[in-house]
Design a protein around this ligand. Sequence first.
Ligand SMILES: Cc1cc2nc3c(=O)[nH]c(=O)nc-3n(C[C@H](O)[C@H](O)[C@H](O)COP(=O)(O)OP(=O)(O)OC[C@H]3O[C@@H](n4cnc5c(N)ncnc54)[C@H](O)[C@@H]3O)c2cc1C
Length: 408
Amino acid sequence: MAGDKVWDVIVVGGGPAGSIAAMYLKRAGRDVLLIDKAAFPRDKVCGDAQGRKLATVMKDLGIYEHYRKLPGRPIYGLRLSAPNGVQIDMDLVDRQHGTPGYIVRRKDLDHFLFSSAKAMQVPTREKVQVEDIAFEGGRVTALHCKDLASGKPLQLQAKLFIAADGADSLFAKKLGQKNPPDHFIVALRAYYKDVEGMGDLIEIHLLKGIVPGYFWIFPLPDKEANVGLGMVVKQKTERGVDLVAELKKAVAENPLFKERFAKAQLDGGIKAWNLPVASYRRVIHGENFLLVGDAASLIDPLSGEGVGTASISAKLAAQVAVQALDSGQVNKPFLGQYEKALWDEIGREIKVDYRIQKLGNRFPFLLDKLMSKAAKDPAFRKKFESLLPYTEGKGKIGTWRFVASLFF
Ligand SMILES: Cc1cc2nc3c(=O)[nH]c(=O)nc-3n(C[C@H](O)[C@H](O)[C@H](O)COP(=O)(O)OP(=O)(O)OC[C@H]3O[C@@H](n4cnc5c(N)ncnc54)[C@H](O)[C@@H]3O)c2cc1C
C-alpha cells in the first residue's frame, strides 16, 4: 500500500464503531481505508449484550439476518434484583413482533462486522497500529503507524479521519480529552460454563456495596454465561471496593446465585476494562476528524451499553463525512453537524440514565423501595419496565418528571 496515497477517509479501529462507519462510507461510494492494530477475530472485554440500536443499524446495512445466525442467545426480558434481594422478571420486548436483544460474544460479533466491511469491498489493514498523529493548524495531516507484522513504519494520509480507536483512544488523548473519575466505569468480565437457571433474559443484580453499579449474568448458549460487575471509578475508589473479591463473593456466597453456580467453572480469566461514559461530553470533532464510539465516550452511564451508541455515532459520522466531502467543506464548523445530530438522537436518554445513576448512588434505599413496589403492583411494574435501558421505545419517554413519578 503506497504511503503517498491520500484516501477520502481513514477509519482507525475495526471494532463495531469503525467497521460500521467504514460500511456506510463504502456504501456512499467513498474511498475508505479501515485499519486496526489487532488481527480479527480478537476478544474485547464486554458484557456481550446487544440491543435494539445495533439491530436497527444492522437492518439498515442489510446484515441483520446474518448477525442473528452468529452463535448467541436472543433476549426478551430482564431479571432485576434489588440490594435487599427482591427479584423480579420483566418483559422488555414483544415476543411476536419485537426485535429481541442478543447475547453474542464480541469475538464473534466484531469479526463478523469487520468481515462484513471486507465483503463490501472496504480495503482493510490488520496489525497496523497508529503510534502518533501529526496535526497542523488543527488538521490531521498524517497518521504515523507501525506495521506490526513487519515491524516497519507506515505513514497514512486522508482528507478526513474517523477515530474509532476505543476506550484508550490515541485521538482522544492527543486532543486532551480525559473523563474525570465520576464519568468513568471500571468493569470486570468472566465467562462461566455450567451455570444453572438461565432463560431468555438478561440478569442485572444491584448488589449491596456496588450500587448503582451492578453484577450481571448474561446467558450464552449451552449453559455458558458472560458474568461481570462494574462501578463508577470515583465511587469504587471512595468506598475502597475490590471488584474481583465482590465478583467471587457473589458467585460463591450470595443466596440468589450460589446454587446456580455450584457446578460452574470459570472459563479463562477475569478481565478488567474501562468504560468512558456519555454523562461527560468530549469534544468529538475537529477540522478534518470525527470521534465515534468509546473514543467519543458514548457509553450509557446506567446500563453500560456502548455498542448501540457506537453504531449510531458511526452511522451519523459517516453521513456527515460524506456530505462534507461532497460539498468540499471538510472543516470544523461543517463537521459540527455530527455532534449536534448525535446528541439530538441520544442525548435525552443519556441524561435520564445519568440522573437515575446519581439517584441510586445517593439514595440506594430507594432501589429497595422501588423493587418491592414493582414486585407487588403490576401497573407500577409496567411503568418501571418502560424506563429500563434495554426496553423497546424507551428513549421516547425519558423525562425527569417521569423518573420522579416512579418513586413518589
Ligand atoms: C466489562 C464491560 C462490559 C460491557 N458490556 C457491554 C454490553 O453488554 N453491551 C454493550 O453494548 N456495551 C458494553 N460495553 C461497552 C462496549 O464494550 C464498548 O462501548 C464498545 O466496545 C465500543 O466499541 P468501539 O468500536 O468504539 O471500540 P472497541 O470495540 O474498543 O474497538 C476499538 C478498536 O480500535 C483498535 N485500536 C485501538 N487503538 C488503536 C491504534 N492506536 N491503532 C489501530 N487500532 C487501534 C482496537 O484494536 C479495537 O479493535 C462493555 C464494556 C466493558 C468494559
